[in-house]
Design a protein around this ligand. Structure first.
Ligand SMILES: NC(=O)c1ccc[n+]([C@@H]2O[C@H](COP(=O)([O-])OP(=O)(O)OC[C@H]3O[C@@H](n4cnc5c(N)ncnc54)[C@H](OP(=O)(O)O)[C@@H]3O)[C@@H](O)[C@H]2O)c1
Length: 346
């Protein structure tokens, strides 16, 4: 495929504004912030890779709650990053897996035909996506493109929370809420891989799933309030925040680490209020209260590729949607009852 190169400024894709004579692709496009119904399936120009970029022919892309926040522009604070009046990138989606279609002149580690997975901030719910080469790694042998697409953001969040933020060590007691969700299903497996004794909190219908991921103990939140049990945990990754911080801290050891990890909250500042509360409280207790923002890191994706290769981590796919039904996928994710990941096949 002959792909000319463009500067970074040029390569930003303007929905609906395909260049005269340029090759086009199908994409899920949003012209304004709004609900999933605002997504349109459109023909747009195939983006052109800059010098350090890779053009990926997308095989599959996954979506997560953050994609929904960016699409709706709520909480409003996300607009400071993604565009004040309308989304800066007309195509939603961040995670992807697929085949390298073309590379920029500075890219030497990848070549057309390579199978890769990773993340892009310029939109992945499309037939092609432009991705900085540093955001991609090779898909492990024996892993499907669909499974690979499910990994990047959710698994990197779980890995960073458990390794960088909590420094989980063998034998520690780790509790994961939302253990059946995108982040939680990876967190249970990663904590086990680190040698922890893992407790997963989920609803009745997901008890078997969470046990199958390796959890040593499962708490069904419809029957038992984990904050009212006698057990104490060295690390709590709270992906749901169904309980107040004070209640969760009751079951944290005196020097344990609590990571409040819900992106939900009020419509203006979302989780920022809770983040500030946790940070302020941190100054008055030996317990470590550590909200954090996950970042795309190639080294972490390589670590995850190893865990996938050894079979210590296996993605859980809940539902798949074709690209033309991407709005349904985002609607489903927004409802908050995902079991593992939701993947869009392209
Ligand atoms: N810090 C960061 O940078 C970062 C990065 C990524 C994600 N996040 C945040 O992490 C959170 C989790 O993301 P996700 O992708 O895992 O969400 P998700 O895929 O929607 O999963 C949520 C899971 O929680 C379960 N659940 C609901 N209520 C529960 C409760 N009271 N106790 C235990 N489990 C419950 C749901 O299943 P049932 O309803 O069937 O129980 C579902 O399986 C989100 O708020 C997201 O915004 C933060």
């Amino acid at each position: 495929m002959g792909i000319e190169q463009r500067s970074n400024a040029e390569k930003r894709l303007v929905p609906g504004a395909s260049r005269a004579g340029a090759a086009t692709m199908r994409a899920a496009v949003q012209h304004r912030y709004g609900p999933p119904s605002a997504l349109e399936s459109s023909e747009v120009a195939i983006p052109l890779p800059g010098r350090g970029d890779v053009l990926v022919q997308v095989g599959a892309a996954s979506v997560h709650p953050g994609d929904y926040f960016v699409m709706t522009g709520k909480p409003y604070v996300v607009r400071l990053v993604f565009g004040l009046r309308r989304p800066r990138h007309g195509i939603p989606g961040r995670d992807l897996a697929g085949v390298v279609a073309a590379v920029g002149t500075d890219v030497t580690a990848l070549r057309p035909g390579d199978e890769v997975f990773g993340w892009s901030t310029a939109g992945t719910l499309a037939e092609y996506a432009c991705v900085p080469a540093d955001n991609l790694v090779s898909v492990p042998a024996d892993l499907s493109v669909m499974d690979a697409a499910a990994v990047p953001t959710s698994a990197m969040t779980a890995l960073q929370a458990l390794r960088e933020i909590a420094n989980v060590r063998p034998g520690q007691r780790v509790l994961v809420t939302g253990a059946s969700g995108g982040v939680g299903s990876f967190a249970v497996q990663i904590a086990k891989a680190f040698g922890a004794e893992v407790t997963g909190v989920c609803s009745t219908r997901n008890v078997d799933l969470v046990r199958s991921l390796g959890a040593d103990h499962v708490v069904d939140y419809t029957r038992t309030d984990f904050t009212r049990t006698e057990k104490r945990y060295d690390v709590i990754l709270d992906n749901v925040e169904a309980q107040p911080l004070a209640a969760v801290r009751r079951v944290l050891t005196p020097t344990g680490t609590l990571i409040p990890n819900s992106g939900r909250g009020g419509r203006w500042i979302g989780p920022i209020g809770r983040i500030v509360t946790a940070r302020v409280l941190s100054g008055f207790t030996r317990q470590h209260l550590k909200p954090f923002t996950s970042l795309g890191k190639r080294q972490d994706l390589l670590t995850l590729a190893d865990l996938l290769t050894t079979g210590q981590v296996t993605p859980v796919i809940d539902r798949t949607y074709p690209l033309d039904e991407a709005s349904g996928a985002l609607r489903y994710v927004a409802a908050g009852h995902t079991r593992g990941k939701v993947v869009i096949t392209v």
